[in-house]
Design a binder for this molecule. Sequence first.
Ligand code: WT7
Length: 712
Amino acid sequence: MAEQHLTESSASDSGQVSESQIAVHWREEGYYFPSARFIGQANASDPGIFDRFSEERFPECFKEYADLLSWDAYWHTTLDTSNPPFWKWFVGGRLNASYNCVDRHLEHSRNKAAIIWVPEPEEESTQAITYQELYRRVNEFAAVLRDFCGLKTGDRVTFHMPMIPELPVAMLACARLGVIHSEVFGGFSGAACGDRIADSGSRILVTVDGYYRNGDLIDHKVKADEALEAAAKFGQEVDKVLVFKRHPGQYASQTPMVEGRDFFVDDIIGDYRNKIVEPISMPAEAPLFLMYTSGTTGRPKGCQHSTGGYLSYVTGTAKYYQDIHPEDTYWCAADIGWITGHSYIVYGPLSLGTTTVMYEGVPTYPDPGRPWRIAERLGVNIFHTAPTTIRMLRKLGPDEPAKYNYHFKHMTTVGEPIEPEVWRWYHEAVGKGEAVIVDTWWQTENGGFLGSTLPAVHPMKPGSCGPSVLGIFPVIYDEERKEVPAGSGRAGNICIRNPWPGIFQTIWGQPERFVQTYYEKYCADKDSKDWRDWPYLAGDGALQAADGYYRILGRIDDVINVAGHRLGTKELESAALTVNEISEAAAVPVIDELRGRAVEMYVSLKPGLSPSEDIQQKVVEAIDREIGKIARPKSVWIVADMPKTRSGKIMRRVIAGISNFADVGDVTTLANPEIVEDIRHYVQSEKVQRGEEPRPLTPEEEEEIKAFGKAE
Ligand code: WT7
């Protein structure tokens, strides 16, 4: 393995460090190079591609991605900037996403597997759904949505579905009709789903009776009832709930079906057998789906993604960055409930006509060799997962990959920064030293990758995502809107200078928030129609090393990234406040070896109450219920009072410092500085007693904790 060491980069030696900057002390890692074998077969191996996507060619360069699709009508305007920052791509063009992902592959690949579904119970057999079968199922379900539910173009429908093949079928059925789907992660609570039903204005909910997770058949239908109740509180009525059955002919839930409202899909689909629903030719800028993500305030953000721009972008990036060929067997082990699954399990791979693998369950069930057995059995050659999963598999089964005879040519990581040590295990153990790795940096809002190496062209560098991807031109700004010099290794707020086809169109129902959150900070001139005046604020801290590679440092706002999922502190806190005894709550991140970050809650009680385990438990249950188990706090600390500013704002960075045994920073401006020592003593001695004292933090973790909650 050829490696080359670069010089150390440091942000702190430049003297002044502005608000946005995070001091960075780590060493840049050496390079790893792709194999000749990989390069020989890659979709993009000619560096000439960078000329085709150079800034001078923007925005026309993206025609190359759009040309990967089948259009009903060609567009007349590649990029319309007349209403900044509500960019429109491929205006005048018409297409259908379902047609592009299904119908157009029938001619050559009718009976090739489109989706291979792997149930969690190992004794249940896998299901290979050919393009022909997918075509049938999508058409039949589209008929149900149109004729049984009365849905029409532009309506929204909410899915609360786990990793079962009915989910992509339902998505593609919506796309066929121009109905906007909004999938809520199956692990989220009924209340969280209800919130999103109300926000999107959905009158139809699609769900399943149950699914397998870690060996248990989970009752999922019960969440539909909770969701409808929550939605009703916001004034949103749901007319129909469509319930798939996990096992045909059996009902996995204890919850009764509500007469006239709940319908088993099994009971109605027979009326639509072999029915054909012609794909509706949609304008390129018609919304395809909503994907909710947390923000810093209570109301979730429904990121609205377009049809033409989004599909072009995920198809192009899946082709060049994931090197997907139609002959590959591709497995992205993410959940379709997240944007990664939408873009890189469903839309990108199916648009390219490849075989995409879906796994129902937990990667370590029944043992940490499971993913490698799946890969071996199905002949997976492209693998995609997140650092949190890699860390877990490394911890529980470091020697498992070597026991199985599979061969990956390519692997992806996404969701949070990957530690170089973990990266190396991924490369050596999982990739067997053969596979290239792309560390892809992007966000729910972005549709597809923003930062990554082009796998056959750029060397890999552990811990850095790489340069920006084709047609993406980033800039790093400090708080004063001054450009941090390119390649200087100094940290700041990373922005993207230009629009791109995958960028979301708006926040559903909250256009002002869209402008304010992503564009206001660095917009030079609000009256300008020139995209150059509207840099997109990603909200991440980042630095660029001398070789042009970016290292992402994490969120600059107060969102907690647990296992790649962003959790808003405000959401967590409002969940805790649903417990009657609680008067105040603050959520902070703690460094967690497995999940990257975990949540800790600080709560104070209403007057006259005394702390009890019962109350702590109620907070845990509230968060499970309101947000989901993914957000379950590691600890709930009941404190007499929160450290506060004189204006009454809770100083999260102070308690974050305590939870992480880190410096709490300056507390002299607090209204109640004396409380800090009390809290520290209580929390830290309890942690020491439980053996939860963390390892010493790295300087950059220390900086991250210090920066937490600064946005307030
Ligand atoms: C945030 C977006 C879109 C994929 C899943 C997460 C962090 C994402 C990386 C990476 C370092 C990363 C950023 C980003 N992030 N990928 N490769 N390296 N950080 O989507 O929930 O919208 O979260 O995840 O902080 O802003 P998301």
